[in-house]
Design a protein around this ligand. Sequence first.
Ligand SMILES: C[S@@+](CC[C@H](N)C(=O)[O-])C[C@H]1O[C@@H](n2cnc3c(N)ncnc32)[C@H](O)[C@@H]1O
Length: 218
Amino acid sequence: MTPKSFLLTADVHDYLMDNSEPLDDVQRDLIAETTALGDIASMQIAPEQGAFMTMLVQLMGATSAIEIGTFTGYSALAISRGLPPGGTLLCLDISEEWTEIARRYWHRAGVEEHIELRIGPALDTLRALPPTPAYDLAFIDADKPEYPAYLEELAPRMRTNGVVIVDNVLRDGRVVPGRETDDGDRQMQAFNRLAASDQRFDTLLMPLADGLTFLRKR
Ligand SMILES: C[S@@+](CC[C@H](N)C(=O)[O-])C[C@H]1O[C@@H](n2cnc3c(N)ncnc32)[C@H](O)[C@@H]1O
């Protein structure tokens, strides 16, 4: 399996996978079906990131989660597997086509009862949600230019000690000043500065996968 993190060589990635809980058939098949889609498969989160997210949900005792950017459903599978009975995950995406794959795998994994999927521009869906603290965990992994707006909408909707996780904040290292090559890199640099100075959260940028930022609601 090719590592999704520029921080890991293939052999080190193999080693950490070999020394963690093995992937099950549902995860393996979902990775294989997504890989068959071609280059777009690089949007799927890394398997070690999924395992970490399941464990985080369990450690937090999270009961209510929201995900922005579902694709073929791997991260939602990971989050929902950490939820207790009755726990909920609201998934937002614009693609019927990709999330149709997700739905099949959630059904196979027996987690579909936890998940509600809403199709449409995530910003519209978020703005239509009640503006009250409702979520223990949020995962942002959709269109990068909207990251600041997603965080703004999520902030009042997170419970105290709730955590917002944000994916791809390192962009293969191109967020380091002087290494940026396109507008996407510059937008992520701006988002990272915004997140680090946001007084509503404690902020931690972790070198997991392509960089994951954790924002704990104060
Ligand atoms: C990086 S992928 C998500 C990967 C997913 N978390 C996983 O584990 O496989 C980004 C997703 O965001 C969705 N997306 C892009 N723009 C969006 C928007 N404005 N509103 C909602 N979803 C959007 C895309 O359809 C795509 O499925």
